[in-house]
Design a protein around this ligand. Structure first.
Ligand code: NDP
Length: 246
């Protein structure tokens, strides 16, 4: 089975890359199970997908709560009979130097970006093993490939996930699990809107993003490429960045 008919759960599906991925995969015939906290947005997306003839369901998910990830996975299995792919996309960033000691921001990034993925693995892996197949796609970042000031902790969380996935891959060579790490560069989404409290710094970051960033659909297409591969092919790492990104 390639994309058509696959049941794909996506965290952080209420905006940006997650929303674009949901729309794109649904347009290719996937059944999408959408998780995020802003359920009004998810409900609107479900209605759009259904109006276009697709199948979708929304689940309120806070990825910092392991129980919410279990609900996401259970909903997929109960409503559609299985879960083929979990896209661990939900994420947050903060723009600040380590010396700024934004301890709250550090906790939020670790809780959402790292523990959120672990909670997804805990919920999905038993189902994948029971089914005999499953695919875990995570959205990491080029911030973890080229480390830049003010993004050290964020980069650390993304590289923690990259490392985790490589370890999981090596533990999973029996053909049941596929793992993919997607590394986007600058993508025009809402991510930057919540990244810094100082309005001047935020506006500067938003201007740079508007100028340089690519559309989230570019990342959605990369995720679709990984999901579309035959069972014996695993796309391990994919980097998608603006052509002009340094
Ligand atoms: P957005 O801010 O548009 O989307 C982030 C998504 O994460 C939202 O749907 C939000 O949903 C969800 N989210 C945040 N916190 C939680 C939580 N506790 N529980 C559940 N969902 C949560 O940004 P992007 O689309 O850009 O971000 C998607 C991923 O892409 C992130 O992992 C990000 O780090 C990564 N990325 C983004 C890049 C960029 O330039 N934009 C570059 C590289 C990587 P809600 O608030 O409704 O819960």
């Amino acid at each position: 089975m390639t994309i058509h008919g696959k049941v794909v759960a996506i965290t952080g599906a209420s905006s940006g890359i997650g929303e674009a991925t949901a729309r794109h995969l649904a347009s290719l015939g996937a059944v999408v199970v959408l998780g995020a906290r802003r359920t009004d947005r998810l409900d609107r997306l479900v209605a759009e997908v259904e109006a276009d003839g697709g199948r979708a369901v929304a689940v309120r998910v806070d990825v910092t709560d392991p129980g919410d990830l279990r609900t996401l996975v259970t909903t997929a299995v109960e409503r559609f009979g299985r879960l083929d792919v979990l896209v661990g996309n939900a994420g947050v960033t903060r723009i600040s130097t380590v010396a700024d000691l934004d301890v709250e921001g550090w906790s939020a990034m670790v809780d959402v970006n790292v523990k959120g993925i672990l909670h997804g693995i805990a919920a999905a892996l038993p189902v994948f093993r029971r089914q005999g197949s499953g695919h875990l796609v995570t959205v990491v970042s080029t911030s973890g490939l080229k480390i830049v000031p003010t993004q050290a902790v964020y980069a650390g969380t993304k590289n923690a996930v990259r490392t985790l996935l490589e370890g999981l891959r090596q533990e999973s060579t029996d053909g049941v699990l596929r793992t993919t790490s997607i590394s986007p560069g600058y993508v025009r989404t809402e991510l930057i809107d919540h990244a810094v409290d100082d309005p001047a710094v935020r506006e500067q970051a938003q201007r740079s993003m508007a100028k340089l960033g690519i559309e989230p659909e570019a990342v959605a297409r990369a995720i679709a490429f990984a999901v579309d591969q035959p069972e014996d092919v695993e796309i391990g790492d994919l980097t998608i960045r603006p052509t002009r990104q340094g």
